[in-house]
Design a protein around this ligand. Structure first.
Ligand SMILES: NC(=O)c1ccc[n+]([C@@H]2O[C@H](COP(=O)([O-])OP(=O)(O)OC[C@H]3O[C@@H](n4cnc5c(N)ncnc54)[C@H](OP(=O)(O)O)[C@@H]3O)[C@@H](O)[C@H]2O)c1
Length: 128
């Protein structure tokens, strides 16, 4: 892989340290939101923010359901809103799990936002 050029490196640092994107503030009252990979990291914090914005139902789609329950407790406690989050099982690498998840979503009365966050940062994985 060729080394990155200096302008991309400067742009990276500029955006990492000097740019703070504004947080969405529009109310999500009445809405249903699903976030994949919501037990940790950006997915968990996004789910927390949706709860903060008043979303009626936030679905935490997690392959580790136990970790999902811990995230639900943590988010609902920090935002002071019990019973908003639901933990649904989803393994994006397992087609039957993915299909079951989508079928379950289809059964919802409404679905306003799906945040497809689950994934992994391949830069953090060891390479062979
Ligand atoms: N953080 C950054 O600076 C950054 C920068 C650019 C892009 N991104 C992207 O943003 C996303 C989230 O980043 P993050 O830093 O928050 O990552 P993270 O902390 O590693 O969290 C990734 C989430 O995705 C879940 N996940 C991974 N594979 C899955 C699968 N097969 N099925 C279901 N869930 C799965 C993980 O579940 P488990 O806990 O069960 O592993 C975890 O909940 C990733 O796609 C990443 O590539 C992040």
């Amino acid at each position: 892989m060729p080394p990155p050029d200096i302008s991309s490196v400067l742009t990276f640092f500029y955006h990492q340290f000097l740019v703070t994107p504004p947080l969405p503030t529009e109310s999500c009252a009445g809405k249903t939101v699903a976030v994949t990979g919501a037990n940790i990291g950006l997915g968990k914090e996004s789910a927390r923010h949706y709860v903060r914005l008043g979303t009626d139902k936030v679905i935490l789609a997690c392959r580790n359901v136990e970790a999902g329950r811990e995230a639900k407790d943590d988010i609902e406690k920090s935002e002071g809103r019990a019973g908003v989050c639901e933990v649904w099982s989803l393994d994006m690498c397992d087609y039957s799990s993915l299909k079951m998840f989508v079928d379950r979503l289809k059964g919802l009365e409404r679905l306003d936002i799906v945040l497809l966050n689950a994934g992994k940062d391949t830069n953090r994985e060891p390479r062979v």
